[in-house]
Each structure stands twice: as structure tokens, then as C-alpha cells.
Write a new protein. Structure first.
Length: 92
């Protein structure tokens, strides 16, 4: 299974792990990126062309801005055998 890592701009080490069910069907892709501290913007992905929804002071600001077409679209989706596989992205 191959997951795209084009969004990783700096030369940092990363690990990609494909998880499958016992049937062999792909379930999830785990991407671990080297870092000195946790950065939520890396884990959520950033679409700089998307507009902000609400104010950063709003209690639901992050929730309003997560998802496809929004400021934080999420990590990359892997396509394997015609199936979109979600990823779990973290930096450590």
C-alpha cells in the first residue's frame, strides 16, 4: 500500500504503515512524521486556499474548519484497489 507524502515539505523522517483486516482488506494508513513537538496543523492538514469559518475565539472554531474543502481537510487519503483508505497522521 502506498500513501502520498507530497505534503511533507521538509526533509524529515516519516513512517507509513498500512493496516489490513484479517481478510486482507485495507483498513487504515498510519503516517508518523518526525518532529520536536506536536503540531495540530500537520496532523489535520492545511489548505491555505480555504477560508476560515468563524473566529478563533469561538468554542467550535476547529470543528467548523475540519473536513474536505475546509481549512483543515485532514491527512491524505490512500486509494487502494478502488477503495479510499483513511489515515491516522501524527508527528512525534
Amino acid at each position: 500500500m502506498h500513501c502520498p507524502t507530497e505534503s511533507i515539505k521538509e526533509r524529515k523522517k516519516n513512517t507509513v504503515i498500512g493496516l489490513t483486516a484479517l481478510t486482507g482488506e485495507p483498513v487504515m494508513c498510519i503516517i508518523i512524521i518526525q518532529g520536536k513537538e506536536r503540531k495540530v496543523e500537520i496532523e489535520l492538514g492545511v489548505d491555505y486556499s480555504a477560508h476560515w469559518e468563524g473566529s478563533p475565539d469561538d468554542i467550535d472554531f476547529i470543528a467548523k474548519n475540519i473536513g474536505p474543502g475546509r481549512r483543515f481537510p485532514g491527512g491524505p487519503t490512500c486509494r487502494f484497489c478502488g477503495k479510499d483508505i483513511p489515515c491516522l497522521l501524527c508527528n512525534m
